[in-house]
Design a protein around this ligand. Structure first.
Ligand code: HEM
Length: 181
């Protein structure tokens, strides 16, 4: 097969409607061939991909590289690295890639733990830790020469997870600027 050709297929369920897919209505994206219930669903899927921050950042390869560099920074930072002492970092990196990819508009839904339950047992987690983690993500994207405007958009999405990660009640809906689009 030529480089970039599709190696995988989605499982017969339309990713847009959740209905059975028509095997004749397909779209290949990042090596996976998705099939859809109808033409409108295919169109929505392709439009969503084209407009996504995920794709603007460079897609799977870029997100994966960013998460690798991000954890190098996190594990070198005494303010936060002790939280990861007993954590399997290969799994953690995979989960973070899955979460961030989905949050930034990637094609594959996040099926991991919600962020509140993932962090609620981490004793003493507070804003200074969240700020340090966010700082490392921002520094990572800067180091990878991502357009500052896109970095701002990515940081807004990451920032919107703060209350869940710190296990605080969600802010009232008025704070529309912090909502994940
Ligand atoms: C910036 C926002 C953050 C995001 C988007 C995020 C994302 C995630 C995700 C997706 C997981 C895996 C959940 C699963 O098991 O399925 C996770 C676990 C974890 N996170 Fe975060 N996280 C954030 C902030 C933090 C902070 C501030 C810390 C501590 C300094 C932290 C420490 C951990 C640890 C230790 C785990 C592993 C928990 C376990 O496996 O028992 N995270 N995080």
């Amino acid at each position: 097969a030529e480089p970039g050709s599709s190696k995988e297929t989605s499982n017969g369920t339309c990713p847009v409607t959740g209905k059975p897919a028509d095997p004749a209505i397909t779209y290949a994206y990042e090596g996976i061939t998705y099939s859809f219930a109808d033409e409108a669903s295919r169109q929505k899927f392709t439009n969503d991909r084209a407009g996504s921050l995920y794709q603007k950042l460079g897609g799977k390869a870029a997100i994966d590289a960013a998460v690798e560099l991000f954890y190098v920074k996190v594990l070198a930072d005494k303010r936060v690295n002790y939280f990861f002492e007993d954590i399997n970092m290969n799994k953690q990196k995979r989960k973070q890639k899955e979460f961030l990819s989905a949050a930034l508009g990637g094609p594959i839904p996040y099926v991991g733990k919600d962020l509140r339950s993932a962090h609620e047992s981490l004793g003493g987690l507070n804003d200074t830790h969240f700020d340090a983690i966010a700082e490392h993500l921002q520094a990572t994207l800067t180091e990878l020469k991502v357009d500052p405007q896109l970095i701002g958009q990515a940081m807004a999405i990451v920032g919107s997870t703060r209350d869940a990660v710190l296990n605080r009640p969600a802010k009232p809906a008025a704070a529309a600027t912090t909502a994940v689009p």
